[in-house]
Design a protein around this ligand. Structure first.
Ligand SMILES: *Cc1c(COP(=O)(O)O)cnc(C)c1O
Length: 226
């Protein structure tokens, strides 16, 4: 699947340019290749050109690909997680990006202890307030941050958001910079270390990088239309 490798080279070039434009360190942004709905062979093509971070939004698919592919892949569960799938996620994922309830956070923490695993998690925030979206509002996020300080087996890496589709650039900037400011405030208020900001997708990752993203989740630009 040569086109995947070519697309990946283009995305890497665009990431490098955005990082440079933002005056940031080239190591400060990690690219998660979102392989959801694509077969394991597609992941393998990207793997063959040094891609190691992959994202899936269904935990069953993530588990199947994890079993089939190389052990040095870092798996990111980026989709909404139902409580009956938490065990499978904890067993297979290195990162869980969409934690948006205290119950879910505590369940992940408990199962991580039982299974001897230590996935890193992101708190998902719904910055734009869209009703159709998952994610905590700014009030719930304080409860989540408080709960994060009590976790014994997992650590919260940072915050994650999805920007609304088809909105102007200034609105995207507002969403991404709001997530960064919220992160800064939570770190101070709850004495948490939240180094990571998971934000930016195919349509908006350059803007996310300019606004401080440390992990971008890119699917379509690498693997093609779903
Ligand atoms: C599918 C998905 C992405 C990637 O979206 P693209 O527009 O294909 O780059 C990123 N984040 C989440 C949570 C997703 O579900």
């Amino acid at each position: 699947m040569k086109y995947i490798q070519e697309n990946l080279a283009i995305v890497r070039e665009r990431v490098a340019e955005a990082v440079k434009k933002a005056g940031r360190d080239s190591q400060s942004v990690k690219l998660i290749a979102v392989s959801k709905t694509f077969p394991a062979e597609a992941v393998q093509s990207a793997y063959d050109v040094e891609q190691r971070l992959f994202g899936e939004n269904k935990v069953q698919d993530l588990a199947l690909k994890n079993a089939a592919l190389a052990k040095d892949i870092e798996w990111h569960m980026i989709g909404h997680l139902q409580s009956n799938k938490v065990k499978l996620a904890v067993e297979n994922a290195d990162y869980i990006h969409a934690v948006d309830s205290v119950k879910l956070l505590q369940r992940i923490d408990r199962l991580a202890g039982e299974l001897g695993r230590s996935p890193k998690v992101f708190l998902e925030i719904n910055i734009s307030g869209e009703k159709s979206k998952f994610g905590a509002d700014t009030e719930l996020v304080r409860e989540l941050a408080q709960a994060a300080t009590q976790c014994e087996n997992i650590s919260v890496a940072g915050l994650m958001t999805m920007a609304p589709f088809g909105v102007p650039e200034d609105e995207l900037r507002f969403v991404f910079s709001s997530l960064r400011k919220l992160r800064d405030n939570l770190q101070t208020e709850f004495n948490l270390d939240l180094p990571e900001l998971s934000m930016g997708m195919s349509g908006d990752f350059e803007i996310a990088i300019e606004e401080g993203a440390t992990m971008i989740r890119v699917g379509t630009s690498i693997f093609g239309k779903r």
